[in-house]
Design a protein around this ligand. Structure first.
Ligand SMILES: [Zn+2]
Length: 139
């Protein structure tokens, strides 16, 4: 399903989704993909970079990924992960099974994406700009 919310400033999630759906899922997935409307909670867990909502069949990716300093292969890796959740709805408990991990490694950029995440995740979650006027001391 095409969603205008999938068109970001840097990345168009719909076209990324369609490419991955063709390459790895034989066009079988029918889900909506979109960027999150607001920033995800501040956390360093990768799981919060993307979610798959089973009842609405919607994949949501954090807007923090929608910026030029985040490489395409990393966005695709996160999207691919969420697409696996859509493909295997029975695997949706929080901890990923071995089977799930095996499938995840099918993506050619798996290793590169993990390395990039390790080296850049702090940068990714740093607020773009700190405005002290809105801090607790503001008066
Ligand atoms: Zn997951």
């Amino acid at each position: 399903m095409i969603s205008p919310l999938g068109i970001g400033r840097t990345y168009d999630l719909d076209s990324l989704f369609q490419r991955l759906n063709r390459l790895y899922f034989d066009h079988s997935l029918q889900v909506t993909v979109r960027w999150s409307l607001r920033a995800v909670r501040k956390a360093k867990r990768r799981i919060l970079l993307g979610t798959y909502h089973h009842s609405t069949k919607t994949i949501t990716l954090s807007k923090r990924l929608d910026q030029p300093r985040v490489p395409l292969f990393f966005v695709e890796h996160i999207l691919f992960h969420e697409m696996l959740h859509a493909a295997f709805p029975e695997e949706r408990h929080p901890m990923h099974t071995e089977k799930f991990r095996r499938y995840e490694k099918m993506h050619p950029d798996y290793a590169r994406a993990h390395l990039w995440e390790k080296e850049n995740i702090d940068v990714l979650f740093k607020p773009p700009q700190l405005d002290l006027h809105f801090g607790p001391q503001a008066g």
